[in-house]
Structure formats: structure tokens, C-alpha cells
Design a protein around this ligand. Structure first.
Ligand SMILES: NC(=O)c1ccc[n+]([C@@H]2O[C@H](COP(=O)([O-])OP(=O)(O)OC[C@H]3O[C@@H](n4cnc5c(N)ncnc54)[C@H](O)[C@@H]3O)[C@@H](O)[C@H]2O)c1
Length: 285
């Protein structure tokens, strides 16, 4: 995909690609100089949670295609994770399955340690694992509230904490958290999910402030409705209502989200931290 993009890249001391000639020059670059947006991730090592299927799988593959080695985490379906690793390896990159529940601190610490032992220092961490337990708040079982908060918010905190301690010491790295349009706007029937996704925005911005001085970037992506097993369960009329409310008049693909992750992980985003990037066809406007 990106052989041509890899030409002319300088390497940093840790093998990470640096920004292109033009982005190293003064603001905006010299008039007439060619614009080279650098999305190459050669030398990067990534961990993606919840990557056995759906958006996480596409993120893992896009990172590998851009040049990163990838640790594939999930807590279910080890065979699916192994299949994702085989696809990562087909791009000529190293892959590793690290099974574990992101809401369990011991399991998180073990999987981050294992990823670093087998693949090397993590430079990209994507907090993607998620579940839904929808109901109107008045009828919602408190266990369903807790489970959603534990997976999304506690999970993102635990994985970020384990990775951030290492990235902080190394003075490099980036964390990308999956929020949602629902975290920005709320959604009837998803008080637990909306609260967790809104919490992830606060967590992302706080971490960006805590880690920025050490060169560690932390950003979030807020997808709209993306075609995955999570949304395929919606009734057809609900899907149509969503399409009608979306300025770009479609449901997104997992690759739409993966492309945003590659951008945020890449040298092209070296001056971007603390943002919540909507990938929602305009639904959140
Ligand atoms: N699909 C959408 O429209 C949409 C929209 C906005 C945000 N998102 C977010 O994107 C992310 C991925 O969504 P998806 O649609 O691909 O979902 P999905 O259900 O297809 O995949 C989620 C994956 O996370 C794994 N997982 C769940 N709990 C886990 C845990 N505790 N530890 C480790 N892995 C765990 C699941 O096994 C599954 O493989 C989620 O955070 C979701 O909230 C999705």
C-alpha cells in the first residue's frame, strides 16, 4: 500500500519514523514545496484491545499495513484473534495474540508486559474493547450499568495506565481511545454506554495534559454508526433513521475508523493531542 510513502523518511533514535522534510520546516512549509503527509508506521509496535473482530480487527490490520507490529487483544474467541494475527503477518509484520479482560488489572498488566517482551516497546496503544447492555435507565439493571462502565472506562484507564508508565519513561508513544458520538450527545436507551464514552473523553483530555510534556500523545475517536456485529443487531428501521440523520447519508465502515487511527498514530499527527476526532458522517454536528 505505502511503499512510495516510505521513501525519504528519516529514522529517530528508536527507529520511529520522523516527520517529513516539509513538516520539519517553518509553519506551513516553503511556498511551492510538495506536501508530504507521512502516515508510515514502520518501527512502531501497537497493542489493540478488542481486536478479534469488528472495528478492532480493522484497526489492527490497518496499523500492520502501515508498517507496525501488532499485539491483538480480546477476551473472547482466541481462534479469531489468531486469524487476525495471521493477517497481520501477511503484511510482513510481527503479530501476537494477548488474550485478557481489559477490566481486570492483573490481566491488563500481564498482557502489556507480554506484548513488550515479545514485540518490543509499545509505541501505539488503541483502547477499542467494548460491549453494550442497552435499556432505558429506569429499567436498567445496575449490573449492566457496571459492566459497561467496567469494560469501556475502567478498561481504558487500566490499559492506558500500564502503557503510559512505560511511554512516560521512554518519552514517546501515543494512546488512542474509542469514544462515540453517543458520548458527545447522549442516547436514549444507552445511559451506561453514553456515560462510559463521555468518561473516556474526560480521561483522554486529562491524560493528554499529564503526558504531553513527556512527548506522549493521547487522543480519542468518536465514531458514528459503523457497520459491525454491535450495530448489525439494530432493527432495519433504526438503521434507516440513523442514515437519514447522517449528513453523508450512510453508515460508516470499520476501515473509516481504522484510517483515523492510522492518522492519529502517525508522524502526520505529531502536534495533535487531546482531541476527540469524530468519524461519523456528520451525525454529531
Ligand atoms: N460499531 C459502532 O457503530 C460503534 C460506534 C461508536 C463507537 N464504537 C466503539 O468501537 C469499539 C469497537 O466496537 P465494535 O462495533 O467493533 O464492537 P464489537 O462488539 O464488534 O467488538 C468489540 C470487541 O471487544 C471485545 N471485548 C469486549 N469486552 C472485552 C474485555 N473486557 N476485554 C477484552 N476484549 C473485550 C469483544 O470480545 C469484541 O471482540 C467499541 O469501543 C465501541 O463502543 C462502535
Amino acid at each position: 500500500m505505502n511503499t512510495h510513502r516510505r521513501q525519504g523518511i528519516e529514522r529517530g533514535s528508536e527507529g520511529a519514523p520522523l516527520s517529513s522534510e516539509r513538516s520539519n520546516s517553518s509553519e506551513g512549509g516553503a511556498a511551492g514545496a510538495p506536501l508530504r503527509v507521512e502516515l508510515d508506521l514502520t518501527g512502531a509496535t501497537a497493542l489493540v484491545t478488542g481486536a478479534g473482530r469488528g472495528i478492532g480487527r480493522s484497526i489492527a490490520l490497518a496499523l500492520a499495513e502501515a508498517g507496525a507490529d501488532v499485539a491483538v487483544n480480546d477476551f473472547a474467541d482466541e481462534a479469531a484473534c489468531a486469524a487476525v494475527v495471521a493477517e497481520v503477518e501477511a503484511f510482513g509484520r510481527k503479530g501476537l495474540v494477548v488474550m485478557g479482560d481489559v477490566s481486570d488489572e492483573e490481566q491488563v498488566n500481564a498482557m502489556v508486559e507480554r506484548a513488550e517482551k515479545d514485540l518490543g516497546p509499545l509505541s501505539v496503544v488503541v483502547n477499542n474493547a467494548g460491549i453494550t447492555r442497552d435499556n432505558v435507565a429506569m429499567m436498567m439493571d445496575s449490573a449492566d450499568f457496571d459492566a459497561v462502565i467496567a469494560t469501556h472506562l475502567r478498561g481504558t484507564f487500566l490499559v492506558s495506565k500500564a502503557a503510559a508508565r512505560r511511554m512516560f519513561r521512554r518519552r514517546t508513544g501515543c494512546i488512542i481511545n474509542l469514544s462515540s458520538v453517543v458520548g458527545r450527545r447522549g442516547n436514549a436507551g444507552q445511559a451506561n454506554y453514553a456515560a462510559a464514552k463521555a468518561g473516556i473523553i474526560g480521561l483522554t483530555k486529562s491524560l493528554a495534559k499529564e503526558l504531553g510534556a513527556r512527548g506522549v500523545r493521547v487522543n480519542a475517536i468518536a465514531p458514528g454508526y459503523i457497520d459491525t456485529p454491535m450495530t448489525q443487531a439494530l432493527p432495519e428501521e433504526t438503521r434507516q433513521m440513523i442514515v437519514d440523520a447522517t449528513p453523508l447519508r450512510s453508515i460508516g465502515t470499520t476501515d473509516d475508523v481504522a484510517a483515523a487511527v492510522v492518522y492519529l498514530a502517525s508522524p502526520a499527527a505529531r502536534f495533535v493531542t487531546g482531541v476527540v476526532l469524530p468519524v461519523d458522517g456528520g451525525l454529531g454536528i
